[in-house]
Write a protein that binds this ligand. Structure first.
Ligand code: AP5
Length: 229
């Protein structure tokens, strides 16, 4: 199995880059945020449990998250190459992922399956501006931004004509909480993956196509997944 991970604060562009890189490679995009939002919309038992945490900008408990990801990895739906967007987010999730990918022994197969960890970085004021201006299509999920990537007609998706909405956790207060939670619970993963020699620093305060080109070049160089670009 080949796995690449997108790590970074809310609004750094994990979802945007994963979508584009997935279109240019054999990696299947797996976003835990999208999976949870779908579970909430479908009112599944997981969705009912997760909704309270998501509304407040808190992380959903690790034991719920690892089951969700492990189930998807085992389904084989991505043909063995996965791009993880928003997972892992705690040290415990990182360890559980390594265990799920291999035998879980130190230096074992779990770590080898992780090809690269792309750390997307952008200044706090840029993150806040991106999140408050993000709009998403209710029907097809296409991501817009009221200034950076506006739709042709206000509030209407260019691709399918669906209604654009603002995520309930993209309010100023909840964004502040999410950034705080990121610093407290997720940022330490940078050092973890750096010590494993897997971290690739990406300046995410640039044009989307330049960021995507850098990521695709690293994947080509390291030979993880067949790049089609
Ligand atoms: P999740 O959906 O993963 O949210 P997040 O990490 O807060 O990240 P975002 O989706 O907000 O931002 P992004 O980095 O993907 O940026 P995007 O590309 O959209 O998680 C939501 C919640 O689910 C969590 O709070 C938690 O409760 C729960 N959860 C999820 N995973 C979990 C886990 N593993 N464990 C526990 N709980 C979990 O870009 C943002 C905007 O900026 C867009 O409008 C985009 O168009 C624009 N933009 C992006 N890049 C650029 C650029 N280069 N230039 C200009 N504009 C840009």
């Amino acid at each position: 199995m080949n796995v690449i991970i997108f790590l970074g604060p809310p609004g750094s562009g994990k979802g945007t880059m994963s979508e584009k890189v997935a279109g240019a490679t054999d990696y299947a995009h797996l976003s835990t945020g999208d999976m949870l939002r779908q579970a909430v919309a479908d009112k599944t038992p997981l969705g009912e449990k997760a909704e309270e945490y998501m509304k407040k900008g808190e992380l959903v408990p690790d034991e719920l998250m690892i089951d969700l990801v492990e189930e998807r990895l085992k389904s084989g739906s991505g043909g063995g190459s996965y791009m993880l967007d928003g997972f892992p987010r705690t040290m415990n999730q990182a360890e559980l992922l390594e265990k799920a990918l291999g035998a879980g022994e130190a230096g074992g197969k779990g770590k080898e399956a992780i090809r690269n960890v792309f750390f997307l970085d952008a200044p706090r004021e840029v993150l806040i501006e991106r999140l408050t201006g993000r709009r998403i299509c209710r029907k097809c999920g296409t991501n817009y931004h009221i200034k950076n990537f506006p739709p042709g007609v206000d509030g209407v998706c260019d691709k399918c004509g669906g209604e654009l909405y603002q995520r309930p956790d993209d309010t100023k207060d909840t964004i502040g909480r999410r950034l705080e939670v990121y610093t407290r619970q997720t940022e330490a993963l940078k050092a973890h993956y750096e010590s494993m020699g897997l971290l690739v620093y990406i300046d995410a305060d640039r044009d989307v196509k330049d960021i995507v080109a850098d990521i695709v070049n690293v994947l080509k160089r390291d030979g993880g997944g067949d790049s089609r670009q």
